[in-house]
Structure formats: C-alpha cells, structure tokens
Design a protein around this ligand. Structure first.
Ligand code: BG6
Length: 519
C-alpha cells in the first residue's frame, strides 16, 4: 500500500482534463537548463491541476553531486521564476517537491545502470509506480549510451507496467546520424514506446492548425494550388544565442529550427485530411508531405536558400553584440543564425505553390506565424490596375498574441468604390482568457497517457533530415557567405528578399508585426 503523504491538487481539474497514468519519471540531464526552465514548471502545473496521478514520482539524474533537498531547491527557483508555472505557491511547491529524488551518476558509463536499477527498485518498493517514463534531456552525444545502458540493465522492458522513452531534440545532426540513433533506439525499445519530442507540436496554436483546417468546412475547399498563391512560415526571435553558444555553434539555424519545428508547421499546413485523429493516421499523412518536398541540388540550394548571421545592433533600443562577439562563439564563426528557404511540395494539392520558410535570432520582432496568401481576384473591378488588388491572407499567429486573422478588402466609406484592407481577427486571449497549457505540459501528459499523436515517428524524423542534409552538404561546398550580413534588430539579410523571384510575393514585415499592408 502506498503510505506516502500525497500532494494535494491545488486547483480542481476541469472535468474535461485527462489524468496521466501513475508513473515514475526518470530524467537524464536533470541538472540541465531544460529540466529547470521547462520540464519541472510543466510537471508542477500538471500536478497542481490534478493531471498527474497521485502516484507520480520523479527521479532526476545528473553528474553534479546533490542531495534530494539541494536538487529540490534548485528546481524550486526555476519553477518560482517561470511564467510557465501558472499556479506557483510555496505550499504547492512543498507538496510537489516530495515527489522529487536525485541520483548522481555518469550516464555515459555502463557501470551506472545497475545503480539506477537498484534506485528505481527501492523507490518502487516504497510505492512508486511500475510504469516508467524515461526522459533523455542531455546533449545529443549521450543519447546512444543511455539507451544502450537502459537496454543492457533490462530497464527498457518491464513486465509489471509500461515503459516509455521521450527523446529530446536534436535527434541526430543529419540523415545518417538520425538513422543510426533510430537503429540503436529500436534495438532496445519498441517504436510505440518511443516519444520523439518536438515541443512546437505541443503548442495550442500549432494543434489548432489541424482544428482550423479539418474541424471547419469553409477553409479546406480553397486550401490548394487553385486558390493559394504562396505560403510563408516565419519563426523570428529577438533573443540571441543566450548561454547556449557551444550547442549553437555546432547546430545553426537550419538544424535548430527548420529541420524540426518549421518543417512540422509546414506539414500540418500542407497535409491531407487524416481518416481519424490518431497517432498513425496523422503521422502517416505528415510523412507523405515530407516525402513530397523536392530535394535540392547544389545549384538549387544556392538559389533557394539564404544564410545569415547577425552583427551588432539594437534590440528594444538597447545595443547588443554581434554573434561573433557572444561569449563562447568563435570570432570567425560561420554558423548561421538566420535561414530562409523556398520549398516546393511536389504533389497534386501543392504543385507550383512556393512555401517560403524563415527562422532567425536577433530579428526586429518576436513572431512565429503562418501566412497563407490567396490568389488575387481575376479582375480589378475596384482598383486602378490588377497590381493594386489586395489579396486575402489567412494568418495563423503561433506566438505571441496567439490567434488567427483573415484579411479582405472592404469598401472604404465614401462616394467612391474603393477597397481597403481590413482584418477579421480571432484572439486566443479574448476568446479563452490568458492561461493555456504550455507545450511541455501537453506533451508530458500525452506521454503519461500513451498518446503519441503529437510526437514524431521514426520515419518522420528521417524524412525531415532527408530534406535538410542536402542543404547542409551544399552549403559546405558553396563559397562561404560574407558574415555578419544583418544587424541585430533588423528584418534579416537583404539577400532574403532576393530569394523570392515572383513580383507579387514578399516577406511580411517583422517590424510591423507581420503586417503586409505595404503590398
Ligand atoms: C528550441 C531551439 O528548440 O526552440 C531554440 O533550440 C529556440 O534555439 C526555441 O529559441 C524556440 O522555442 P519557442 O517555444 O520559444 O518558440
């Protein structure tokens, strides 16, 4: 019988909120930034609203020697300062913290795993659940030894409960390394037990792309090449590399953002309607989109991609250093902090519709959005020339200011028949209030419930790298760009405008919150 003091749920979970199965969550990389900033605030919130089972425990693993209390204290600070822990109170934390334990150890060494096994068994003897969820939140190089260590110690399968594993990105750094990692993982875990996380899929606004498209009847009939001229997907950040220079120097914007988050936004925007909202149907259709994306030759890479790196500039009126001056960055670094790519999807629905995708750090504004630009009317009834005809745009604002806007032409009041552009705007905040679950809350709860719909499947990850790897390879052979080529706080490199060959297509202005009123 479980005799431990049970933390009290602080808010009654709305009846519609599901609860995770009982489980023991084992986090590798528990002293790292992600655990501190994202995972624990999310778990704390889930516990507060009653979404974690009463029989839920966390075992953190790290190389720093810490007592359970010291571990809890570190995490407390992260949760207290995080805007993700919506319900933080000292009392709530004290209840939650009883669930946290720490085990020091070097997870790269096989000798560590018998200790881990003994610790887990001890916790389970004292009431912890037999269901085990491993979370690999370490640097990419540690994932293979951890998976192998778990396999060798017999921890990957458990006759008395379920065992699952969550793998954080980066999932490899090219097609070959992703494939090798997948092979290692599949020797130890069954694919249905593997949860590859892309936190963008946990965002409410990202899930809403499917709801918008497939939960309404009016958009889908026009969602194709007959009506849509082009699609823009933007993830602009004002932040720089912060304290992640070592990781970022090795990674760059293409691998960090496009290879996963932005390709996921693209697949959700472009996929066919699934027959059901379940993991296999949804992921199967997403993979089909990825398979239909045209791979680029070296020549196409030089025409359809732009790399950038920020120099010194200003963000919110404050001077900030260039990338090469950031702590831990090579002063002659060639790592890109900005990337723009024109993708084409070779299928019936999308042939001829360019998908312009861009991501960058230290840009003029923080803005993640998908803008779907419709074709202009065939006749310029209310304008002087066809060039002046406004086109309709549906903008899905992923963050911030989450919502969806539809722009259209309306008659300007007055004696003349003149069209001006207006917006119908849906805002999450106005419709549902401020607090929505964070991406990590959604995904952790899904993993505890065994729902893999919002996680990436093995073939999906490999299909993403199949598109990205030829770009990386071509860049390695092409003459290096002149970096830095954009100022911090700007719209990005000028060359990104040159990427677009059609007169009527243009990037939306970041400085104007993505507006395209100047078009
Ligand atoms: C991470 C990237 O996956 O996503 C970061 O490694 C990036 O470089 C972050 O800043 C962006 O996430 P979000 O949720 O803030 O858009």
């Amino acid at each position: 019988m479980d005799t431990r003091v049970q933390p009290k749920p602080h808010k009654v979970a709305p009846a519609s909120l599901p609860q995770g199965d009982s489980c023991l969550l084992v986090i590798f990389g528990a002293t790292g930034d992600l655990t501190h900033r994202k995972l624990v605030p999310a778990l704390y919130d889930l516990a507060c609203v009653g979404c974690t089972s009463r029989n839920f425990d966390v075992l953190g693993i790290g190389r720093t020697k810490l007592t359970d209390d010291a571990f809890r204290e570190r995490l407390r600070e992260g949760a207290a300062n995080s805007k993700d822990a919506h319900n933080f109170t000292a009392e709530g934390w004290n209840d939650f913290a009883k669930r946290l334990r720490f085990l020091v150890g070097d997870a790269s060494q096989p000798e560590f795993y018998p200790h881990l096994k003994a610790k887990m068994e001890e916790m389970q003897k004292n009431g912890a659940s037999q269901n085990v969820l491993f979370y690999i939140s370490t640097s990419a190089s540690l994932a293979p030894p951890i998976v192998e260590g778990l396999g060798a110690a017999g921890l990957a399968r458990n006759g008395q409960g379920w065992t699952r594993i969550i793998l954080e990105k980066p999932f490899g750094r090219d097609l070959q390394s992703a494939h090798e990692l997948n092979e290692i993982v599949s020797r130890v875990f069954d694919e249905p037990s593997v949860y590859r996380i892309d936190h963008y899929l946990g965002k409410e606004t990202v899930q809403n792309i499917m709801m918008f498209r497939f939960g309404n009847s009016m958009f889908e009939p026009v969602w194709n090449r007959n009506y849509i001229e082009y699609i823009e997907i933007t993830a602009a950040e004002t932040l720089g590399v912060e304290n992640r220079a070592a990781f970022y120097e090795e990674t760059g914007a293409l691998r960090d953002m496009v290879a996963n988050h932005l390709l996921q936004l693209l697949t959700l925007t472009a996929m066919e309607p699934p027959v059901a909202f379940d993991a296999d149907a949804v992921r199967g259709h997403k993979v089909e989109v990825l398979r239909a994306i045209a791979l680029m030759s070296k020549d196409e890479v030089s025409r359809h991609t732009v790399r950038g790196q920020y120099g010194p500039g200003q963000i919110d009126g404050k001077a900030v250093p260039g990338y090469r001056q950031e702590k831990g960055v090579d002063p002659s670094s060639r790592t890109e902090t900005y990337v723009a790519v024109e993708f084409h999807i070779n299928n019936w629905r999308w042939a001829g519709v360019p998908f312009y995708v861009r991501a960058g750090k230290r840009l003029a504004n923080q803005l993640t959005e998908i803008a779907v630009h419709f074709k202009r009317t065939p006749q310029a009834l209310f304008s002087r020339s066809p060039k002046d005809v406004h086109h309709n745009v549906i903008t899905m604002r992923i963050q911030p200011n989450e919502g969806i806007a539809v722009s259209f032409g309306a008659k300007q009041p007055g004696p003349q028949m003149r069209a001006i552009r207006v917006n119908m705007d849906f805002s999450y905040r106005d419709a549902f209030g401020g607090e929505t679950p964070t991406a990590y809350e959604t995904l952790l709860l899904d993993a505890m419930r065994g729902d893999a719909t919002l996680f990436t499947r093995r073939d999906e990850v490999e299909a993403e790298w199949r598109i990205i790897t030829p770009i990386e390879e071509a860049w390695a052979e092409l003459p290096p760009p002149q970096f830095p080529n954009y100022a911090a706080g700007s719209e990005g490199p000028e060359a990104a405008d040159g990427l677009i060959q059609y007169d009527r297509h243009r990037w939306r202005r970041l400085a104007q919150n993505g507006s395209d009123e100047d078009q």
